[in-house]
Design a binder for this molecule. Sequence first.
Ligand SMILES: NC(=O)c1ccc[n+]([C@@H]2O[C@H](COP(=O)([O-])OP(=O)(O)OC[C@H]3O[C@@H](n4cnc5c(N)ncnc54)[C@H](OP(=O)(O)O)[C@@H]3O)[C@@H](O)[C@H]2O)c1
Length: 234
Amino acid sequence: MEHGNRTALVTGGARGLGTEICRQLAHRGLRVLVAARKREAAEEVCRGIGPAAVPLALDVTSAASVAEAVREALGRFGTIDVLVNNAGLSVDASRTALELDEDTLRTTLDTNLVGAWRLAEAVVPGMARGGYGRVVNVTSSYGSLALMDSGRRPAYRISKTALNALTRMLAAELAGTGVLVNAADPGWTRSGMGGSAAPRGPEEGADTPVWLATLPEGDGTTGGLFAERKPLPW
Ligand SMILES: NC(=O)c1ccc[n+]([C@@H]2O[C@H](COP(=O)([O-])OP(=O)(O)OC[C@H]3O[C@@H](n4cnc5c(N)ncnc54)[C@H](OP(=O)(O)O)[C@@H]3O)[C@@H](O)[C@H]2O)c1
């Protein structure tokens, strides 16, 4: 089986990079679960993509919502072969670490780190049992310790640094199972989060996540951090 009959779940699929990742995965022949907090928003995206896209209601900050969405998906399709942890929140662009309030820190970590972790715990054991899986954590160069040259966006940065660490841990834990876990930086991309001045369009931004989500059978790429399909410093 190449990509036909594979099922992918993309969080935050109803807008921005998530929608484009869904579109590109469907174009490559995967069934795509377009997961969004509002099912109607996911339904609209699915109508635009076509029959390969299926809407799913999913709030990554709710353990109950994650459990229900994964139960619904597995009940309908049997497996989730590809997980793209794309949902993300960035609301502290103008603040520094010493100015940050605790609520923003907690909400950002809950969405960007714990949300991805919840999905991994719910989905990845099934992938490992089946001997195949691709997990892509959509991260940012803001999370790279090697590039940490500003105190701005402290909650967002540290959430992505921690997501990168989760990527390494999961990859190590899953070595030899057929489940590959990687982090993808889409680059500064036009979207709700990236704004309209960003140099990259969603097609370019989605390229590296989609590449990692569709690594072919036998490919050993795991535990890496990539931008434009090339390694990015941790
Ligand atoms: N754009 C960039 O320049 C850039 C650069 C580097 C990394 N990234 C990363 O790329 C990913 C996608 O960002 P984007 O640019 O497409 O941003 P966006 O347009 O702001 O979209 C964010 C997405 O995350 C979803 N989301 C937020 N909280 C959620 C929750 N609790 N449960 C489920 N979904 C939730 C949103 O869903 P709703 O529609 O329900 O709000 C939306 O679909 C993020 O992880 C971001 O950190 C973006």
